[in-house]
Design a protein around this ligand. Sequence first.
Ligand SMILES: O=C(NC1CCCCC1)[C@H](C1CCCCC1)n1c(-c2ccc(CO)cc2)nc2ccccc21
Length: 232
Amino acid sequence: KEKVEITKEQQALMKIITDAYNRHQIPQDVAKKLLQDQYSAEENFLLLTEMATSQVQVLVEFTKNIPGFLSLDREDQIALLKGSAVEAMFLRSAQVFSRKMPSGHTEVLEERIRKSGISEEFITPMFNFYKSIGELHMVQEEQALLTTVTILTPDRPYVKDQQAVERLQETMLDVLRKLCVLQHPQEPQYFARLLGRLTELRTLSHYHTEMLVSWRMNDHKFTPLLCEIWDV
Ligand SMILES: O=C(NC1CCCCC1)[C@H](C1CCCCC1)n1c(-c2ccc(CO)cc2)nc2ccccc21
């Protein structure tokens, strides 16, 4: 049985990424807001656009701390950010939803999200994804590396030097694979399950534009940054 060992360099890389991931979090907690009050579909939509706008800003700051990211072609950096922003948002949302909360809070949060204005047909796939992420009980290093692997997806639209992105993603996948083996020794399939979530994430993200335009309200307003990042 081959002994899996994380090298000193990989340990340092994981620390840089995890610290950056924890440092670059949304200031105000959307779950707390949703647990406090019930909002109208319009207020919920505004809350979503505010949260998503600030999440894109922290995503940009986070990527600056991914070793090698700033050495990529400048236009490729933009292409990777644009291509992964929605997936990073759903990944973050899943982590917010799956966070340990006092008993009964998760149920209230789920109810508030179900009634937020999202049209029915998207509720099930969205919560299926949130629950499948929750079942993984990821440690924060795994969450940070999974988001990094998602950002470093070589086949995003308009990426020119895919090999350079692939090399970076491989580096992160190697650390993540070892971490999964060490964190979940009883579950040799854990790493494969984790990567399977990325496929589910990509599918969910395909619904995103549809989810926004079908939000139960008229006149959906977006911030300039979201118009850039989301295809709206
Ligand atoms: O604010 C949010 N998510 C932010 C985004 C940036 C990163 C932190 C989380 C929104 C809520 C906004 C207000 C109405 C209720 C949903 N949300 C969603 C969500 C995200 C996008 C869509 C449409 O594409 C639909 C729902 N899932 C959540 C799971 C848990 C807690 C909030 C969650």
